[in-house]
Design a protein around this ligand. Structure first.
Ligand code: ATP
Ligand code: MG
Length: 323
């Protein structure tokens, strides 16, 4: 469904230029649920811009459903439904009017437009609100309506750029329930970008993107497996002393140690160590309050491949000299 081959996007900036997407290649199969996971400024939205022909690649190629995006922008857009990162509904219109406008834009005939809009509003639990002005909707309802709008013209590929950003956990779950529901009913390829690891965990494959490059690409299960079977989780008073001991003793851990929200320190068992987790714990010369072993999760994977990069906008902004 999607084929990207050595895709590059360089933005011109005042101080030089910025390589936002730096030679990425990937393939998304028909019907696949594919996630792009990466910190702020990693290049996710830029990649989507090239997928939907809003941005021209600096070099490389991208095709959707076998069509070269640069050469066939119109045909490609007909096949895509997109939910932009920035909300883009017209607040002054009703839900129904927003859908009508979109359907006309895509050249759908009246009866078809009405049938699909009603069906999708029903699936997304919005039918009762169809004649309400969008400005009276909550953030979660607006997001759901944007998804309906993205699907009105029956696209084969749905692109979601951080669809649940800013929603509370309940609304996020809700939006996902609805997306899975539509997917089951109409069957389509989904391309998602997100910061939420648990959302990516539900996809068939995940690409981790950092500084414009794909640094890992596999199913969530295999990505977790690549860290080994066990992650150690340790609660100590002296966190910095523990970190220093671990890095001195096992240099390969330097980029995989992370602090959990509860203040504990966790890391995958180093491959270089022959010790069992319990033997390793015994060697730590620092007072340990509590320790446990668990399987790796996607957070551990993300930290390992992005080096715990929080995506400070400045980090991707090294201006390069113009050649
Ligand atoms: N129009 C532009 N001109 C110059 N630089 C840009 C432009 N748009 C984006 N960038 C830069 O390109 C890099 C990638 O941006 P992009 O929006 O693709 O990241 P992202 O992964 O979508 O981030 P986020 O998670 O914050 O949405 C960033 O450093 C960003 O500042
Ligand atoms: Mg973005």
């Amino acid at each position: 469904m999607v084929d990207a081959d050595n895709l590059v996007k360089i933005y011109q900036t005042r101080s030089g230029h910025r390589r936002a997407v730096d030679g990425i290649s990937f393939h998304v199969g028909e019907g696949e649920f594919f996630s792009f996971l990466g910190p702020n400024g990693a290049g996710k939205t830029t990649t989507i811009g090239m997928m939907v022909a809003l941005l021209a690649p600096t070099s490389g190629r991208i095709s959707i459903d076998g069509l070269d995006v640069t050469r066939n922008p119109h045909e490609v857009r007909q096949r895509i439904g997109i939910i932009f990162q920035e909300p883009s509904l017209d607040d002054r219109l009703t839900a129904w009017e927003n859908l009508e406008f979109h359907g006309r834009l895509y050249g759908l005939a009246g009866p078809e437009r009405k049938k699909r809009s009603s069906f999708l509003l029903e699936v997304m639990g919005l039918y009762e609100r169809k004649n309400d002005l969008v400005k009276t909707f909550s953030g979660g309802l607006k997001r759901r309506l944007e998804i309906v709008r993205g699907l009105v013209h029956a696209p084969r590929l749905l692109i979601l750029d951080e669809p649940t950003l800013g929603l509370d956990p309940h609304s996020r779950r809700n939006v996902w329930e609805y997306i899975h529901n539509v997917r089951k009913k109409v069957g389509m390829t989904v391309f998602l970008t997100t910061h939420y690891l648990e959302e990516a965990d539900g996809s068939d494959r995940v690409a981790i993107i950092n500084h414009g490059k794909i640094v890992a690409l596999d199913s969530p299960a295999l990505l977790k497996k690549s860290l080994g079977p066990e992650v150690l989780n340790i609660l100590v008073g002296e966190k910095e002393a523990l970190r220093k001991f671990l890095v001195d003793e096992y240099p390969s851990l330097s980029e995989s140690i992370r602090e959990e929200p509860d203040g504990s320190i966790s890391f995958p068992m180093p491959f270089t160590s022959r010790d069992s987790p319990w033997e390793m714990l015994k060697k730590i010369p620092i007072q340990i309050t509590q320790a446990s072993i668990r399987r790796p999760n996607l957070d551990d994977v993300f930290i390992k491949y992005t080096g715990g990069d929080l995506g400070d906008p400045g980090t991707n902004m090294k201006p390069e000299a113009i050649q």
